[in-house]
Ligand binder design. Structure first.
Ligand SMILES: C[S@@+](CC[C@H](N)C(=O)[O-])C[C@H]1O[C@@H](n2cnc3c(N)ncnc32)[C@H](O)[C@@H]1O
Length: 299
């Protein structure tokens, strides 16, 4: 009998035109620039292996050149195909279609992780953050970006009675299906519960307002934003945090085998273009250079 799938629902980007419909030519140069400024402030000088969780089409992957290897994980196979077109097949980039709630990695194989514009789609933050912690080594660095419910627009609208939910309430608000805004204290608590201590927290995207973006050069706004990121004024729609993995856990950074079966953690052996569980015989495909852990082959 197969176990019932009790994983939370996933915001599925399979086949979506996220790259062309949200980013390219869509007036979001400012957002892209300020996120890169924040990332550059928080990234380490050097690293071994980075987990880019919810990498999408690899918009930010070029920022991670200090890592020897970048493992791009996304639930959408088609987003990873875009990324693969851009970054190619080499041992430096590994593409993995998988679910954040069941990462198919051995414990302690990453010393870095980034989660940018992803956690707002995650219904069960505890499970996802624990998965990320499991696959990281103690001392590993996690850069997590989240959508902030205490942003100035939400505070203003609530004070005028134009919005029903309270930005000061600690619980996340699902403003559209599978789109959540989080309170900074809630996120810090979830990170601590998963085994991370937060070292830095930076407000980002102060000028995400159409009227300003339409009239002022994005470079100017991004420069000002870069200064304000250091202000500690956490009233922006986006917050970037730098966190360290704490507690004792395995260190497999130098292990040759990265993958285990999602969920069970069973050992896998390579058989042609598949990875096979030696215990259950379940198989996962490697399709055109992308490891596909969304479902076993025969399911
Ligand atoms: C808004 S995009 C962000 C992509 C990229 N990080 C960026 O900033 O351009 C969110 C991405 O998260 C992925 N995603 C959502 N839920 C996921 C889950 N449970 N497991 C893995 N990826 C997920 C989506 O497929 C999508 O590519």
């Amino acid at each position: 009998m197969t176990k019932p799938d009790i994983r939370p629902p996933i915001c599925d980007y399979e086949g979506s035109n996220y790259r062309t419909e949200f980013w390219e030519g869509k007036g979001r140069n400012y957002e892209d620039q300020v996120e890169r400024i924040a990332l550059r402030r928080l990234l380490p000088k050097r690293g071994h292996r980075l987990l880019e969780l919810g990498a999408g089409f690899g918009r930010l992957t070029s920022e991670y050149q200090m890592y020897e290897q970048v493992v791009l994980v996304d639930y959408s196979f088609s987003q990873l195909q875009y990324a693969q077109e851009k970054f190619g097949d080499s041992n430096r980039f590994i593409y993995v279609a998988a679910d954040a709630y069941q990462l198919p990695f051995r414990a302690g194989v990453f010393d870095g992780a980034t989660i940018i514009r992803v956690i707002h789609h995650i219904a069960d933050v505890n499970v996802a953050l624990r998965q990320v912690r499991r696959v990281m080594v103690p001392g590993g660095k996690l850069i997590l970006e989240y959508a902030n419910k205490r942003n100035i627009k939400a505070m203003y609208r609530y004070s005028r009675g134009q919005q029903s939910w309270d930005p000061n309430d600690l619980q996340p608000v699902e403003f559209v299906e599978l789109n959540f805004d989080f309170h900074p204290i809630y996120m810090r608590q979830r990170l601590a519960g998963a085994g991370f201590t937060t070292q830095r927290s930076m407000p980002v995207s102060f000028f995400r307002v159409g009227a300003l973006k339409n009239h002022l050069p994005s470079k100017l706004l991004a420069g000002l934003d870069g200064l304000l990121q250091l202000s500690g004024l956490h009233y922006t729609p986006s917050v970037f945090t730098l966190n360290t993995a704490v507690g004792s856990s395995p260190n497999n950074l130098n292990s040759d085998s990265l993958f285990v079966a999602p969920g069970s953690g069973d050992e896998l052996v390579r058989d042609g273009d598949t990875l096979v569980s030696s215990r259950t015989n379940q198989r996962w495909a490697i399709r055109d250079g992308i490891y596909d852990f969304k479902a076993p082959i025969d399911e």
